[in-house]
Design a protein around this ligand. Structure first.
Ligand code: ADP
Ligand code: MG
Length: 679
């Protein structure tokens, strides 16, 4: 395909880099130019084509300059109106010219009219289009005509060449009653007049089914291949001894839930295998993932290997460090802390212990995968709140621990529940364990939505709660545009609340405090010395203070659903009935109103995530993960669940029995978009 540099640049803006990209650049809708409606009989509210002769042409000045023409056919008269027009159009649409208009008819002041229709001059009894006219997504400066022509050319060539040969085994085509890919694409680009445009546009037509299946299959194939490749490495075999685990469980104040036992068993089995575990542990906020991680770490340590736990924020990492030290110290296991803000001397000591292997468990932030860190023998890398890290960061930690001939096991944890279809598609390169119950005895959280101008009521409520020995979080508004402004707001809130509650002890924690200061504040809050903790969203992840049972979130309308769910999850961790008050400012945008409704009505993280996915679509929902994984353009996870299941089953069968076809299928759909899969 030879195109000018200018066109090429436009095409690449549309993500089109080769001929196949062009073929897969599918219409967003169709225009029906295959027949004509009489003016008086044309249905309103849909795009129709009419033809007639111009009987009047006038530039009207009021209420604003516009070109108005009248078109007549044997059945009636229609007004054509252009609010923006070139001088040349006045001449082109001269009285007596025959025109074809495509547009929606509305009833205006002067009767039936079309505003800004597609309009062209035609000869008498000029032939009609034989197929629907596709309308492609395009970019400024690239007309439908050029784009359509390019696609047409490539399609025609593809007829002759091997570009669209079948990549599916006949058996699969039969089993799922799939249309041919070539036929499907031809139909999508040039639908014959008898095809239902509605079904094409709604993407429910059988030809769409084939395209979506192929797309889903390509994603499954590439991710499963990636999975298999990583699995082909060797990993330290961490035998299931269970002695340390027993000791730890004995000192706990609680019994594991059935779900915790189940996922721990899944993890333990993986660790004992000779290839690296690549498991995602999902569990709602407060479901108790930390103890599961601790048990996994023990299995590594018990076999003479180190374990590392990485968390996305200092507060969370520090809290993990404290909790795990408290659990592991009595077992005689050395836990070491590593963070970016550590003093040089302490950091060096930590690095030495890590390199020597005397540090058996290392807990820290991003600092864990920096260059100076060299593990003696890492058996297991645990990543908490995995969605906060990009693919490359997680990979870096795993590679850090790679010895000459083995790769460590990896456990990723996520408190943002991932809807099933999403996890089946975008996380198909991982094994998934789900903690699907909360520890017993948790009193449910009551959520209240209160307009910001009713702040007084809340002040009284806080006073009352603290008098009863309860503790309270006050979460300051998120100000995305400026961290400085957010900090300032937090300080001001702290000052005003300190004045409003002269007899309470009020604390403040925010992202700009040093690690030591943060730790100090959190420790005082945990010990009950601080009654009311003013905080920025730094407390969003992981923070665990069971005695806190009231939370106020200011400007909740600015926050995303998973953030609200995470924040709310900071309360309701004890047996005390908890309340979360969401303060909001009016007026609410449509999307903010929807979010608040969802968070008000639901406490189940999986349900909230499902609705969040519907609201935002997978791209935004996935965040960092998006960068590495082939995104879906055609299939819709909500609607095409059945196809997703079919693609999942087919992927494994093809990798096992039709490896060559599988490779061709991946190459066709993903081409060079699979760098991530090679790492
Ligand atoms: P998350 O899954 O959000 O990381 P955590 O691991 O922080 O949850 O656990 C939340 C709280 O529940 C902690 O205080 C933890 O000690 C407690 N917990 C964990 N498992 C149980 C259990 N089986 N029974 C009672 N409490 C538990
Ligand atoms: Mg956690």
């Amino acid at each position: 395909m030879i195109v000018s540099a200018n066109v090429q640049e436009k095409l690449s803006r549309l993500g089109i880099h080769n001929e196949l990209d062009l073929i897969l650049h599918l219409p967003i809708r169709y225009e029906d130019e295959t027949h004509l409606f009489p003016i008086s009989d044309a249905p309103s509210g849909q795009v129709v084509q009419i033809e007639g002769v111009i009987i009047h042409n006038e530039v009207v000045i009021r209420p604003r300059r516009q070109l108005v023409c009248q078109i007549e056919d044997s059945s009636g008269i229609l007004v054509m109106r252009f609010l923006n027009f070139y001088g040349s159009q006045i001449k082109t649409y001269a009285v007596g010219k025959r025109v074809r208009l495509l547009g929606e008819i509305r009833t205006g002041f002067f009767g039936a009219e079309m505003v800004h229709p597609k309009c062209r001059i035609v000869r008498e009894s000029e032939s009609l289009a034989e197929s629907m006219t596709p309308v492609y997504p395009t970019t400024a400066g690239l007309t439908q005509k050029i784009l359509g022509k390019l696609i047409g050319q490539v399609l025609q060539d593809a007829q002759k060449t091997q570009a669209l040969t079948e990549t599916l085994p006949e058996k699969i085509v039969q089993k799922y009653r799939l249309a041919g890919l070539k036929e499907s694409l031809m139909c999508l680009h040039n639908p014959p007049p008898d095809v239902s445009v509605e079904a094409l546009q709604a993407r429910t037509h059988p030809v769409w089914r084939r395209v979506k299946f192929d797309e889903l299959l390509a994603q499954q194939l590439s991710m499963r291949l990636h999975y298999r490749q990583r699995r082909s490495h060797a990993a330290p075999v961490l035998a299931q001894k269970g002695k340390l685990a027993k000791l730890l469980l004995k000192q706990l104040a609680f019994e594991l839930t059935t779900a915790q036992i189940k996922v721990s068993a899944e993890i333990s089995r993986d660790l004992a295998a000779a290839h690296p575990m690549q498991r995602l542990l999902q569990g709602d906020v407060g479901s108790g993932k930390t103890i599961v991680a601790a048990l996994a770490a023990l299995q590594s340590i018990e076999n003479g290997f180190q374990a590392a736990l990485m968390a996305p924020t200092e507060i969370l990492a520090e809290q993990h460090f404290q909790k795990l030290s408290a659990w592991f110290d009595p077992l005689g296991i050395r836990v070491v802390w590593l963070s970016g803000s550590q003093k040089k001397k302490q950091k060096q000591a930590a690095l030495d212990a890590i390199a020597l292997g005397t540090a058996q468990l290392v807990v820290g932030t991003h600092a864990l995968f920096q260059d100076q860190v060299v593990f003696h023998q890492l058996g297991l890398a645990i990543v908490d709140e995995q969605h906060r890290f990009g693919v490359h960061q997680r990979l870096a930690l795993r590679m850090k621990g790679a010895l000459s001939n083995t790769v460590p096991h990896q456990l990723m944890m996520s408190a943002t529940p991932i809807p099933r279809t999403l996890s089946m598609s975008y996380f198909a390169d991982l094994d998934v364990s789900i903690i699907d119950e909360l520890p017993p005895g948790r009193a449910p959280i009551v959520t209240k939505l209160i307009a910001g101008n009713r702040r007084d009521e809340i002040i009284a409520r806080i006073q009352h709660a603290c008098q009863q020995g309860k503790q309270v979080y006050w979460v300051c508004p998120l100000i995305e545009e400026s961290e400085t402004l957010q900090l300032q707001t937090a300080m001001e809130t702290y000052e005003s609340l300190s004045k409003e509650f002269p007899d309470l002890s009020v604390g403040l924690v925010h992202g700009r405090l040093s690690t030591q200061e943060k730790t100090g504040v959190m420790a005082s809050f945990k010990q009950g010395e601080i009654q009311l903790l003013v905080a920025t969203t730094v407390i969003e992840v992981g923070v665990d203070v069971p005695n806190a049972s009231l939370m106020v979130i200011e400007n909740a309308e600015r926050m995303g659903l998973s953030q609200l769910h995470q924040l709310r999850g900071r309360v309701g961790r004890g047996s005390e009935a908890s309340i979360c008050i969401l303060l909001f400012q009016q007026p609410l945008s449509e999307i903010a109103r929807k979010r608040l409704k969802i968070i008000f009505e639901h406490t189940d993280g999986f349900e909230i995530a499902r609705q969040d996915l519907q609201l935002r679509g997978p791209g935004e929902f996935l965040g960092a993960r998006q960068s590495g994984v082939p995104m879906l353009r055609f299939a819709d996870l909500e609607q095409d669940g059945e196809l997703l299941l079919a693609a999942q089953a087919t992927a494994d069968e093809m990798l096992n029995n039709y490896a060559e076809l599988a490779q061709r299928h991946i190459a066709r759909w993903l081409g060079d978009k699979t760098e991530y899969l090679r790492v």
